[in-house]
Design a protein around this ligand. Structure first.
Ligand code: A2P
Length: 296
């Protein structure tokens, strides 16, 4: 059995399981990506703001796979929002990735504080799509009201909305808003890495140690991470687990030889705490993070 492919709302096909490189140091990225591609992953998710797009390119080259065999997704950072700036952001990312065409280009965050610039950035994505420079476009971290505001102006419905999504934070309202518009929900931190990263504060409790998930894992002879990834894929979502460890990269790909029961899925769905691990886009202006995207 293979990892399923999802058909996006514009007909483009994307492997449901992607390899994530958030927080992967630039000098470890090529090895991690090469390892993942050799194991069988055919989708890599990066971002201009991660500073490791060149490492993704090196990993792809090292793997010996041809360009067309791998689906590459990246994100425009907020400091490059605005129509002209985002067209240039594409040039920067494409050059670092060593690509003429990016498979999926998404806006990293809504900027409610500067929504005109967000709209300008999205208009640039629409232009890049119609010029064939990207195969699909989308957004990340948009909540239902951000999608409403976007769709009041946009002509192309985003193919994907990549959001924080693990058993402790499932955002049912955003899931519903995505589904109503034909937008694929893609999970970042799909095995809940964010629940044990430093800075999670009082709510820090690793979902990898959750009792319900551990007991489901035991019943299938699988790990907690595999159960969570199976949960995403079985429920029709895309997920992009991150690891720099070869054993865990392989473990996270080994999720097609078992099936969760409806009861398993309901038990996992019931674990939502409503507590967000990542920043709330309405509360903090992401421009304040002062991340600057270097020229290629
Ligand atoms: P590492 O890179 O050392 O493997 P997420 O993608 O949900 O944010 O999770 C990423 C975090 O989970 C990273 O800290 C990663 O560390 C760790 N991780 C990745 N895969 C596994 C796994 N199968 N079991 C336990 N931890 C994992």
């Amino acid at each position: 059995m293979n990892i399923p492919t999802i058909t996006l709302n514009n007909g483009v096909e994307m492997p449901a399981l992607g390899f994530g490189v958030f927080q992967t140091p630039p000098d470890e990225t090529a090895t991690a990506v090469d390892t993942a591609l050799r194991i069988g992953y055919r989708h890599v998710d990066t971002a201009a703001a991660y500073g490791n797009e060149r490492g993704v390119a090196d990993g792809l080259r090292r793997s010996g796979l041809s360009r067309s065999e791998v689906f590459i997704e990246t994100k425009v950072w907020v400091s490059d929002y605005g129509y002209d700036e985002t067209l240039h952001a594409f040039d920067k990312s494409a050059a670092k990735l060593g690509l003429d065409q990016i498979d999926l280009l998404i806006l990293h965050q809504p900027m409610p504080q500067h929504f005109e610039r967000t709209l300008g950035a999205y208009r640039a994505l629409e232009q890049l799509l119609s010029d064939g420079r990207v195969r699909a476009i989308g957004v990340s971290n948009f909540m239902a009201h951000h999608l409403d505001a976007l769709m009041a102006h946009a002509t192309v419905v985003p193919a994907v909305n990549q959001i924080e999504f693990h058993p402790y934070f499932t955002q049912p309202d955003v899931q519903a808003a995505n589904a109503a518009r034909g937008i694929l929900t893609q999970a970042w931190s799909p095995i809940g890495g964010i629940t044990f990263y430093p800075g999670y504060g009082e709510h820090r409790r690793s979902v990898l140690d959750d009792e319900a998930i551990s007991s489901i894992a035991e019943s299938h002879g699988k790990s907690a991470a595999q159960v969570m990834l199976r949960w995403h894929i079985q429920e029709g979502r895309s997920a992009i687990p991150k690891s720099t460890n070869a054993t865990r990269i392989a473990e996270n790909f080994d999720v097609v030889d078992f099936k969760l029961s409806a009861e398993d899925v309901a038990r996992i769905d019931a674990l939502d705490t409503g507590h967000r691990g990542g920043p709330d886009p309405d509360e903090r202006d992401p421009l304040e993070w002062n991340i600057d995207i270097a020229e290629a």
